[in-house]
Design a protein around this ligand. Structure first.
Ligand SMILES: Nc1ncnc2c1ncn2[C@@H]1O[C@H](COP(=O)(O)OP(=O)(O)OP(=O)(O)O)[C@@H](O)[C@H]1O
Length: 824
């Protein structure tokens, strides 16, 4: 059903038409096939040209006599031996272009055919084909003239400028002699000045001053009635979407990386997560987007609806305003600098493990194993910041399990803490034994944040926690984890670990692209981040504090996040995207209508101490956490949940099943270690940030970097002092049944928002019941605008919620509205 939003004013009209007519589907399929055929033809032509030209380049004039033969010979099937790799046809084509027409400048036709194929077949334009056509047309002729001049004057091969180039130069020379070259160059100059002045290259990156997409939607109509349009064509899946994190990060200043450890590998969790189920967002069928310019008379019937390719419109918008820049609201935002972090004397730290200690440990390992009848053919040590890894190659016939069962005995004989037998090292024929160093090395935060590896990582949510036992900087993508469960007995480094995680995200992300929901029942741990409220924090609309410390509020916040998740899924469905990256990319490319869509920042929910919540609210928190963990990653909500008590009533089966990535600092017992990691070992850690990270089958030992409270304070102050958003990012009000008694469903109109009247006048004047209109014009947050729309609905001013489209405005005139307002 077509839904039309009419307006008496000269504003953009959007007309969404859902066409279920089978014939149009068939037509669309047919045109798709024709497109592919044409694209294939263009592509093959470009290849044919390339091969023909390349062969001619190498073979020279070898085929010239053959191609001169008549077409009749070919038809009669006479054998015509040619050297061109594209056969007789290739030889003829090359001959035509090189000798008969424009010479070597004709090679410019190849990219033109290629780009045309791409445009026709995939609707992808990496460079405007129209623009290129003009350039190719000119440069082929002009190139032929320049080359023709050279071949004419210097007696170079004729093919340089082709027949045309040679002939024209001959005539020009007769006319004006050597001056001809100046005429040719001048013609080139004139073209270049005119062409590039009149058709400046569309900006590929966002321009800070470019109007936002919202503003773009309100641009006045140009005289011929053509105006901005935003894609809503859901039928058309766009294979060209290439999501590049750099698009979002392109405005960040580059912090000069500290060269700490560059030859290290990044951890990719893709494979591990490939098995996880994420619901596919169903894409609505054949929803076509058309537009119509408003008639002067609002009551006049719309007679003509012109259908435009939304892609072209989006391209026009991008050409006009540049890509949408999500960071444009905070154009002067400065990323925290490395000098906010303390500098430690790194040199002195690398000599913590002495040769004597190494030898002593080696001998004790060999002795102990020999005592139990295990022979070793080789032993190797790798010194890490906290532990040293001894890799042994047992003699033939030794069972691995025999060695792994000796953990306690080895621990005793080494008289060391933190002895952990890894078993077979992944991909090696060695068995790893980790032994804690007598003097451990602290890993300063600056060393990891400033490392080249972290600075250069282009993950969606890059986190660096510290170093591996082989001193490599560990960088992972939280978006791929996609959620992290953290455990550790008190005082073992959990809070420092959480601070590290938050710090690394803050160092890499712009406030427009990331929001944190911080839940801190202990009330003190995350309070440092309060200063980030207007930059990085998200909270419920009525919250006084952006950091949630009250258990009751936690439940509403979790439910609100579930609602945000559902809303985001709706938007994704509307936009025909499968995940947040595709969606945001589409939004940046101005292919989504900003009246119905927004740029979505990632949301990271951090809960510091799940145990308190589980004990006080049980299922009320378990259910939304599990739901978010199951479904939220595709829409960019990621969870980091920490607890001191990794017992089964805190980390329940449901929660555990949905957190494939688990991190454990030292815990008190083997049972705790099994609960969190499904393996022992966390009880053997040595504390102070010594930790095990489990992702699927792999367990890695890491030393968490140390970020001190004053450092976090400095970072937060650095950001907090900068211009921020008007408020924290507001999450949607949870639905009434989800708020546990905070009724909202039956809207109490006696308690109307102070902007109610203004909002009502606005929607009636514009005849457009859209939340974003209210948000924009009254400069309100999304949630408040959403509440206002609900109140307007309750007052009968706008119709009910109809998906992503604006609601119907039920009151048609301002007089009628004033009457309603008086009676309320
Ligand atoms: N990565 C680290 N490197 C060096 N020292 C560390 C590290 N992490 C923690 N520590 C030391 O351990 C102390 C306790 O750490 P932290 O406050 O993070 O523990 P916690 O597990 O959060 O404890 P709680 O649960 O009681 O808050 C820190 O004050 C610091 O001295």
């Amino acid at each position: 059903m077509a839904k039309k939003i009419t307006s008496p004013s000269n504003t953009l009209q959007l007309n969404f038409e859902k066409d279920s007519n089978k014939e149009s589907v068939k037509r669309s399929e047919l045109s798709g096939r024709i497109r592919l055929i044409v694209a294939s033809f263009l592509f093959l032509t470009s290849i044919l040209l390339a091969v023909a030209f390349a062969s001619s380049f190498f073979m020279g004039v070898a085929d010239q006599s053959e191609v001169e033969r008549s077409t009749l010979d070919v038809i009669e099937g006479s054998d015509i031996p040619v050297k061109n790799l594209a056969g007789l046809l290739g030889a003829k084509i090359a001959h035509f272009f090189l000798f008969r027409t424009f010479g070597w400048s004709s090679v410019l036709l190849i990219p033109l055919f290629l780009l045309s194929a791409l445009k026709v077949g995939f609707r992808k334009e990496i460079y405007s084909v129209d623009r290129l056509s003009w350039q190719v047309l000119f440069y082929v002729i002009w190139g032929s003239l320049v080359a023709g001049f050279l071949s004419y004057q210097l007696d170079l091969p004729h093919s340089l400028g082709g027949g045309v180039g040679f002939f024209l130069n001959e005539k020009l020379h007769q006319l004006i002699g050597y001056m001809s070259i100046f005429v040719i160059l001048f013609a080139g100059l004139v073209f270049m000045i005119l062409f590039y002045q009149l058709n400046p290259k569309p900006k590929a990156s966002a321009v800070p001053d470019a109007p936002s997409a919202d503003e773009a939607a309100q641009m006045p109509l140009v005289p011929n009635g053509e105006d901005a349009l935003f894609e809503e064509d859901l039928f058309d899946e766009d294979p060209s979407i290439h999501v590049d994190n750099d698009d979002l990060e392109k405005f960040r200043p580059i912090v000069p990386p500290l060269k700490v450890n560059s030859d290290v590998e990044e951890l990719d969790l893709d494979e591990e997560l490939a098995t996880q189920d994420v619901p596919e967002v169903p894409v609505e069928e054949d929803l076509t987007f058309t537009y119509k310019v408003a008639e002067v008379d609002p009551n006049a019937p719309v007679e003509e609806v012109e259908e435009l390719t939304t892609e072209t419109k989006a391209n026009d918008l991008v050409a006009q305003f540049g890509l949408y820049d999500p960071t444009a609201d905070l154009p002067k935002y400065q990323y925290p600098t490395l000098d906010l972090l303390k500098e430690y004397d790194v040199k002195n730290q690398t000599t913590q493990v002495t040769m004597d200690e190494l030898k002593e440990n080696k001998e004790k390992i060999v002795e102990t194993l020999q005592y139990y009848g295990i022979g070793i053919s080789k032993i190797e040590a790798t010194i890490g910041p906290t532990v040293t890894l001894y890799e042994i190659v047992p003699k033939a016939g030794v069972r691995v399990s025999k060695i792994t069962s000796l953990e306690d005995d080895l621990s005793l004989s080494l008289a060391a803490m933190g002895v952990r037998i890894i078993g077979q090292m992944p991909g090696k024929n060695t068995i790893g034994i980790e032994v804690a160093n007598k003097n451990r090395e602290m890993v300063p935060v600056r060393a990891v944040i400033g490392s080249e590896k972290f600075q250069k990582s282009n993950f969606d949510l890059p986190v660096t926690l510290g170093k591996t036992i082989s001193n490599e900087i560990f960088v992972a993508d939280l978006a791929k984890m996609p959620h992290l469960l953290m455990a550790g007995a008190t005082g073992q480094g959990k809070s420092v670990g959480l601070n590290m995680l938050l710090t690394s995200l803050i160092y890499k992300k712009h406030p427009a692209t990331l929001k944190f929901v911080l839940v801190d029942p202990k009330k003190v741990e995350l309070s440092l981040f309060n200063k980030l409220e207007r930059h990085f924090l998200a909270c419920l609309p009525d919250s006084e504090e952006a950091i949630i410390t009250d258990t009751k509020k936690v439940v509403s916040t979790l439910n609100s996040l579930c609602k945000e998740m559902d809303l985001r899924y709706d938007k994704l469905k509307d936009a025909g995207c499968r995940n947040i990256k595709e969606y945001n990319q589409k939004f940046i490319n101005r292919r989504l209508n900003p009246n119905d869509h927004d740029f979505m920042p990632y949301i990271v929910l951090v809960i510091d101490e799940l145990a308190d919540l589980m004990l006080t609210a049980g299922k009320e928190v378990e259910h939304p956490i599990a739901r978010l963990a199951q479904l939220a990653r595709a829409i960019g909500i990621h969870l980091v949940v920490a607890t001191q008590r990794p017992s089964v009533n805190v980390i329940t089966g449901t929660i555990k099943a949905n957190f494939p990535a688990r991190l454990s600092f030292k815990v008190m017992s083997k049972i705790d270690s099994r609960t969190i990691l499904d393996a022992g070992g966390a009880d053997q850690l040595v504390g102070q940030g010594d930790m095990l990270l489990s992702m699927g089958s792999e367990v890695i030992r890491l030393q968490c970097a140390f970020v001190d409270t004053p450092e976090v304070e400095e970072i937060c102050e650095f950001i907090g002092n900068q211009q921020g958003y008007a408020s924290a990012y507001l999450l949607p009000e949870p639905d009434s049944e989800e708020t546990g008694g905070q009724e909202r469903g039956d809207m109490d109109l006696s308690n109307r928002d102070s902007f109610f009247d203004e909002a009502a006048r606005l929607v009636v004047m514009h005849q457009q019941g859209s939340t974003s209109l209210i948000q924009r014009k009254l400069k309100l947050g999304y949630n408040r605008a959403g509440r206002l729309i609900d109140q307007l609905e309750a007052a009968g001013i706008v119709g009910s919620f109809g998906g992503s489209k604006a609601r119907d405005v039920l009151v048609k005139s301002e007089t009628e509205l004033e009457e309603i307002l008086r009676n309320l």
